[in-house]
Write a protein of this length. Structure first.
Length: 201
């Protein structure tokens, strides 16, 4: 099986980023892959807009990026990453667009991201960013449930049957064929889902 070689990990202080960071480092180490840890500044924080008249919008954005970079470096330094080729990057703009651009620019073959979820009508609902990535990203996307246990028992892999390279099959192969690398336990249940459009005449 072809291993992942260039993993992109998205972290956000509003999610369970530490669990995602630890899993990303473990997966990169086991696959001897490069890991890029990325955080996003999508807009100028509200508390910084008060000084917008004193400095230019670009200067305010630069301050926000610098603060996010310091936060990201602190998080990276908090995990044991020996033996992992690790880089960090700050993106600015609309999250899902900038993530996809990063994938295309740097040929990432897997995205790991904690789910940005909310609860509506008693059910968990994915954020628009997560939905856009799952629908439009050109590489497999691994969405991690917030505050999930370290060992997974049930895994759902959604595969696009029309994909020319069936990239997500590699994720299923990874979970089934090398489960310890990805999920940390030897016994797990993997379900594969696919959707088809039936044209009735």
């Amino acid at each position: 099986m072809k291993r992942f070689a260039n993993v992109l990990l998205i972290v956000d202080e509003r999610t369970d980023y530490l669990a995602a960071l630890e899993r990303g480092v473990t997966l990169a180490r086991n696959n001897q892959a490069k890991l890029t840890v990325c955080a996003i500044v999508s807009a100028v924080p509200g508390e910084m807009q008060m000084g917008i008249l004193a400095v230019s919008p670009q200067e305010v954005l630069d301050i926000a990026v610098a603060e996010k970079r310091d936060w990201l470096e602190d998080r990276i330094n908090s995990v044991e990453a020996d033996g992992v080729s690790l880089d960090s990057k700050i993106l600015t703009g609309k999250p899902f667009i900038e993530i996809i651009r990063q994938v295309l620019r740097n040929d990432h073959d897997l995205i790991i991201k904690c789910a940005d979820i909310s609860r509506g009508l008693g059910e968990i609902v994915f954020s628009s960013t997560d939905m856009h990535l799952m629908r439009k990203c050109p590489c497999p996307v691994w969405i991690i449930k917030p505050s999930s246990q370290s060992n997974y028992e049930r895994i759902l892999a959604a595969v696009d049957p029309d994909s020319p390279d069936l990239a997500l099959v590699r994720v299923v192969d990874l979970l089934v064929g090398r489960p310890v690398d990805a999920v940390g336990r030897k016994r797990n249940r993997v379900r594969v889902a696919a959707a088809f459009i039936l044209q009735l005449q």
